[in-house]
Design a protein around this ligand. Sequence first.
Ligand code: PLP
Length: 424
Amino acid sequence: MTLDLPGPKSQKILDRLNKLNIAHYDPYPLVMSQHGSGCYFQDIDGNLFLDFASQICSNPLGYNDPELKEVIKRYSYRFPIKFAGQDFSVKEHLDLLEELMKIAPKGLNMAFLVNSGAEAVENCLKLAMRKQKNSEFGVAFEHAFHGRTLGALSCTSSRLIQKQNFLQIPIKKLPYDDNALDVLQNLINTTKDTSHIGFVIIEPIQGEGGYTIASRELMKGLRKITKQNDIPFICDEVQTGMGRTGTWWASEQYGINPDLISAAKALQVGAAIANKSYRPQAGTISSTWGGGHALDMAIGLKTIEIIKKRKLLDNVRKQGIYLLKRLYEVRHISNVRGMGLMIAFDLPNKTRRNHFIIECLKNGLVLLGCGEASVRVIPPYIVTEEEIDRAVEIIQSVALKVSDPAFKHTGKICQYLTCGEVNA
Ligand SMILES: Cc1ncc(COP(=O)(O)O)c(C=O)c1O
């Protein structure tokens, strides 16, 4: 028996939300409840789901973690919890920055805390451009996703719908493969002065673009060329960072230290992290709530402490290997790939992929799409072997079912068939 989604309570809320949310979003056919434990959550209709999407990589510790709930309790006696943090300092700001600097790659020793991944990217771009002084253009990659504020969006090219009609900052695009090194070198050779190149920005693993993993040659080569030519090198680790790939930062696995890192998601706040030589003149960058959301910063701090204390990076690596091994055995899916618990596979086309995600959901497993026809498998860091076995069992049976060309969903669920496709 599969779940009948959305349930009646969820349907009512989703219909009303859809009338008011101008973003015209494409939600999953459920509304979250407060109930859940570990990798499982319940919707408000009482349906139980095994979550292998982790709130798009932003929920590393799963649902209702007792230690995180203790932090929330501490703040239930305090109002406000959002302060104008760049003007009125709170201790949580210092506590999180100190802990973040302990795990930041060598040479990165200061950060600006903001409210989202896009803002983290935006502020990395600004820090880089201010240092370069003569910036005329930046360099980014085909199929990249860096967020939706206009600077970050200029570096994004995963989907036309995200960019159409929007003014942009000048960006030159490189292919996301080893040819990029020659293209970048040519660009440098034909640019009068490399101080005109504001930055090079890359995701070590492209997220929204399709979970494509950069080669060692590409990452090392980019680091070398940007260093030789004094061009700020930004790794966008909004999705890959904070342990998702089995090390704190994916760039560590390439043996490189970028000049700047954008982080967010699992950190619970956004962060533009950089070497102190990037510190701009006072007043250059700020935001009312930047470094001022006391609860989010306290949760971010506790998240880092828990990952360390419970040795969750070891679990990410161990379960990542196990999950890959199990997925290699599944028929009717292809191109299984990943690092740590940032794993994906492909279906034959977009329609099959969307049917697949919905059918998994009806069987109680939450997955997320990316790229043209890929499926992300990104459970919380606390996932167990038994939960992986359960997920793979569902993936296996749904892959077989969806491989039948005649397979098709009908009814109210069809309104949600692009589920997972528009999300970052
Ligand atoms: C690599 C990367 N950069 C930036 C962003 C934007 O983050 P946010 O959605 O928090 O603005 C995302 C979001 O998915 C991302 O994956």
